[in-house]
Design a protein. Structure first.
Lengths: 115, 110
């Protein structure tokens, strides 16, 4: 299994509070991704990174920011959490440019509940 | 823009075959297939590249029609372990991200 962890695994927070989710990898892969998964919507890309300090937006980036100061860590921040951000968040890593790297490895997920 | 998967759900008996379809409105470079079991993370099954290269699972096959921007996943002689949600993901030329569809739920009965 690819060395990818997410923390925390579960979190309950109140509306309006800031939340940071962490993705940590030990594979030295260049690409890292944040997805959210909601019933009826599948996996939707929030942000991704193609190197240290290099990030770009995905399909549903509003209300989220990311940072990557080291190869192994990719942080997802909800500046002011809303109930619509209640979801399961998956981090994924990829070795190279996606269509030549053959696969993404997914972390175990973080279940976030915003009350 | 998310690719469209069909059907949304399918129930089979063990040993039957299934086909899951994926279509995109945009030109594609590659199509990726993942399976997710309940409560777990998605797991890679297969990638199909423009030009015909294919890498993936031993017992699951797939096709990629580049002109129609469509892909199909074929599950033959299904096993109980095939149950789960199948996602197709698409990547466009000169792009380094995958956009996933909403998924197809597959349930295999004994």
């Amino acid at each position: 299994d690819a060395g990818i962890t997410q923390s925390p695994r579960h979190k309950v927070t109140e509306t309006g509070t800031p939340v940071t989710l962490r993705c940590h990898q030990t594979e030295n892969h260049r690409y890292m991704y944040w997805y959210r998964q909601d019933p009826g919507h599948g996996l939707r890309l929030i942000h991704y990174s193609y190197g240290v300090k290099d990030t770009d937006k995905g399909e549903v980036s509003d209300g989220y920011s990311v940072s990557r100061s080291k190869t192994e860590d990719f942080l997802l921040t909800l500046e002011s959490a809303t109930s619509s951000q209640t979801s399961v968040y998956f981090c994924a890593i990829s070795e190279s440019i996606i269509h030549r790297s053959y696969e993404q490895y997914f972390g175990p997920g973080t279940r976030l509940t915003v009350t | 823009q998310q690719p469209v998967q069909s059907p949304q759900a399918v129930i089979l008996r063990e040993g039957e075959d299934a086909v899951i379809n994926c279509s995109s409105s945009k030109a594609l470079y590659s199509v990726h297939w993942y399976r997710q079991k309940h409560g777990e993370a998605p797991v890679f099954l297969m990638i199909l590249l423009k030009g015909g290269e294919q890498k993936g699972h031993e017992k699951i096959s797939a096709s990629f029609n580049e002109k129609k921007q469509q892909s199909s996943l074929y599950l033959t002689a299904s096993q109980l372990s095939y149950s789960g949600t199948y996602f197709c993901g698409t990547a466009q030329p000169r792009d380094d991200k995958i956009i996933f569809g909403k998924g197809t739920r597959l349930h295999i009965l004994p």
